[in-house]
Design a binder for this molecule. Sequence first.
Ligand code: ADP
Ligand code: MG
Length: 458
Amino acid sequence: MNTQEVPGRAEFLSLLDAQFSIPVSDIQGIIREFHSEMQKGLAGNPGSLKMLPSFSARPKGTEKGSFLALDLGGTNLRVLAVELDGKGGSNVVAVSRFTIGKKAMQGTGNQLFDFIADSILEFFKDNAIDQNRKYDLSFTFSFPVEQTDIASGRLIEWTKDFTAKGVVGEDVVCLLNNALKRKRISCVNVAALVNDTVGTLASKCYSNPSCDLGVILGTGTNACYLEKLSNITKMKRKNANGEMIVNMEWGNFNKFVRTAYDADLDKASPNPGVQHMEKMVSGMYLGEITRMIICDLIRRGMLFSMIDHAFIFSKTGSFETQHMSIIASDGSSDLKNVEILLSEMGVESIKPDDKKNLKRICKLVSDRSATIVAAAISAVLTWMDPELKCRHIVGVDGSLFEKYPGYADEVNNVLFSLFEKKSSPIFLEPAKDGSGKGAAIIAAVATSTEISASLIDL
Ligand code: ADP
Ligand code: MG
């Protein structure tokens, strides 16, 4: 071992620690910045939070019926049939999952919507769905949309890896209806356009009215919450009683201090300059940030230094968030699974320190993500309830939250460090299939006369 190199490496790793940690003492300031951005967004002033009205209210738990739901995430498309029992119970009775290919993501709008319509046809076939009756379908679309009512809205901009041409500025329900026509699907009525966060909140709320915040931690990250209509000052209305779910588009919050890695990742992304928080938090990016640190360490001769392994990690996307999960889940003293993973990637002569340091880097990156999410959750909860006097259930959907070992614990730890005993009424709960089930619930809310009446003068 080169004795000169060890202190250099230790020093560099400590520097990384400092760059990636967000002290609890800084979070109060971040919460104030969050509140100020929320205020701007609700007033319709320029800022990093779009605060988009969803035209959906809180479900009551009594909504009933069978619905189809389309859930277009950042990585997967799911088609579901959901049954609501009217007593807070919802059941996915059929589901088909499709991986969204590059052609659909980055080709033309018609290619994307034809892919969606073809997937619906496949779902019908796979699940022997009778196409001679009519179905109300809810379209969960996980991108920023300016809604004009419950079943129409224009795409503001693409996020994540999507760039499909001819969609920005268009009504995505119209584009879906056109594709359904092209594919001769006549049994489907698109009844609601729903953001995935809104679906997640609705699905938790349906069984538990204490849920007032929905969070997505999957390919991307976002959140929505229940806001008083009187606070949504940009929606000029005659009657401002009641509440509406607001889609924050919090992935675009841009007040966290970024590292040089974050700046480089942003520059190389299809959407530079936007979604700064998402790029520090969500599944699409954590593996990539880690890859960039790995490459930096290799370049400095501080990792895998026996031979030059730079080429293994040189390609964008060659190290994924799923790999970090495997590393984080290895609790063995010799980090055997880390070694197996690295060997499978082609790394040779792995030293014990390499495994330990890789695990440490993954933890830095995932802990920072969890801390940012905890700060953002704290901001929204204290906006609604400054003294945290009420019970708050936070429904969370997405593979990062569901599958990353220790992620939820870390968010809870930060919440506890921030609020101590006052954090006890905050409960983070997984909302599995939330965005799909919730979409069906929103379709049911949308077709109920009570809601139409309460939103009639918007
Ligand atoms: P979508 O964003 O399409 O709705 P998901 O919620 O399933 O879909 O999120 C998919 C993303 O979650 C993947 O792109 C990946 O970044 C991340 N992911 C998938 N599996 C894991 C895992 N085991 N550990 C951590 N992150 C994961
Ligand atoms: Mg999703």
